[in-house]
Design a protein around this ligand. Sequence first.
Ligand code: SF4
Length: 742
Amino acid sequence: MVLAERNALRTDLGAVRAVDTICAYCGVGCGVKLHIDDRDRIVWVDDQPANPSSQGMLCVKGRFGLTFVNHEDRLTKPLIRRPSAGGGTVLEEATWDEALDYVAEKFIEHRDSFAVLASAKATNEDGYVLQKMTRLLMGTNNIDHCTRLCHSPSVEAMLRQLGSGATSNSYEDYDNAGCLMVVGTDTSSNHPVIASRLRRAIDERGTKLIVVNPKRIDLCDYATYFLQPNPGTDVALFNGLAKVIIDEGLLDERFVRERTRGFEEWAASLADYTPERVQEITGVPAEDVRGAARVYARPPVPRGLEGIFAEAAAAKGYGGSCLIWGMGVTQHTCGTDNAHALLNLALVAGQIGRPGNGVSPLRGQNNVQGCGDAGCIPDNLPGYQGLGDANRAKFEKAWGAPLPSEPGLRATEMFELAARGRLDCMYITGENPLLSEPYIAHAEEAIKKLKFLVVQDIFPNETAEYADVILPATSFAEKDGTFTNSERRVQRVRKAIEPLGDSRPDWEITADLARRIARRLEMPVAQFNYEHPSQIFAEMASLTPILGGISYARLEALQEEGIQWPCPDADHPGTKRLYTETFNVGPRAPFVPVEQGPPAAELPSRRFPLLLNTGRVLYHWHGGTITRRARTLLARSPELQIAINPQDAARYGVKDGEDVVLYSKRGDLSGKALVTDAVRPGDVFVPFVKLQEHNANFLTNAVYDPKSRIPEYKVCAVRIERAGAPQVWRRGRRESVGPGRG
Ligand code: SF4
């Protein structure tokens, strides 16, 4: 089918118009064309070939999963919890005036004990208004978002070594790399369109692929090396790869000499990480450690390179390497150390800052990059401007009142404090911590202790069950705005349909609420008099140097191109790759020595002899609040599958497809056994989507990386039993002898 036909308006499905916008699932940021019928329903979704991030590709979620927008479960009226006739409480419909006046008064009452969870699914404009209200009116930096739960270790490490937590390269660098090292991400499930680009480079260019993952993933079929380390041993593995590069003279000496510092001390710290010792710690054969290091440091020149990519490869005599990682690296108690070890590897090989190479923490949610850019983090103003006097003075002048200088609470700290009764009030927008926090039973206790909770979302969810007020927001399809994807591309989100019921865009709700708070506090009400998100973006850009040259007018003129930040002025074309000349920390990036410590806070025991690993599946997104409401996706993945190696399945008497129960010290979940050698003996894998009322976070461990405060979602000890079988262990004592013998 030719392109014009493929993207023709689907009148056969009743479409009367089509609107170009951006997929609202993952951080790849694919362009979509929504076909809308005369009842304002999305009846079909096409790709958008002009979008440079997706190049006419979409995955199953973007293609078939956006129908959630019109789902009957959508929240369409504000709800206030009131006493019910029979005792207890009930959520009752209210007007916007009633709900927002009530929330404004309660927020002011709890102004000294208040925190906000922002949404990485919302637009940049939504996030900007939310953090402005939090800082300017509520007088606190207690605002954070889901990056705390996915890439906060990457951001910590990258800020220290490079000066920015963003991906350094563009997706086009994957297309033109000689080596792609994919670490701790099942890219085909999490970021399918990126996976397509990786496969295309391998097929068409002869690019080498190194996969590092404790679980065998689809991309392994294309890999030159598949390194399958024991969980929690990434530091040893990456220190070992770096040592091979140094010992074999494969380092980029000029890059190390001119663009890094601390090399000698760091190199000395690697003395013990010989490939043989790395094999002992990680289980990865020493020869594979050597081989992967050689390919990463000296990749082949890919076939058919042109332009700057050909020049870069010719200058070096070898190709570029892209280091791409996901939450398998970060969601550990040593997550920040893992990220440092990765960055050290890129620096010693000089594989950063030129065409065809770079470092990429693949961002999860569609706008997790933009949510941080907009300032929804506790220790930075918009654009990663610190809380120091000069930056605060700039914002205070623009916003007309003093701002707090102390860093605020990080998301995980909010729940720890709430659990101890030391946080009274939360405003949770577009997040569902009672699915996403580790050890959900503990998080639930924390939420119950709040004195006042406001949930703003598009669907009712587990957290909303405890809300005092629920505010109905619109989906991405019902509002204008911008998202910023994983390659820092600011893209225009366009309103395709009218808001369902009385729902309103997040920015509009927050601005209305802020005006009510400001009036009561006799603070500057006019600061929240926005009539269109373009005004919000203009204000954000005027105060945020990395976005300074971006405007709605430019984005509209460029149509689907978008603009990659940093873009400091209106004549600047945007930036495809960072660090070509210098780093944001200065001309030289520091090496940071890191040592392999205990692999996890909780290790296997007699009672819990297996290690649980968590991740995603192709057909669901995060906790599944949205994808469970996309019929096509749910039909393909209706129940939790618990992946277990055939050896363990035989040992514990489990058959493929059988109902099983997984237990950890904190809870249990049920699902179907999937017997597969994709997981190593001793490991089990469960996706963290909630299906049929079961979720991996019933089991996960609420322990944290001390540097980034990310929870250790990736490792905890569990045991498996057949459903209905007599329990092998109860109250810590063995009650019957069975296959769970550890
Ligand atoms: S890869 Fe991500 S952004 Fe693209 S269609 Fe799939 S879910 Fe949407």
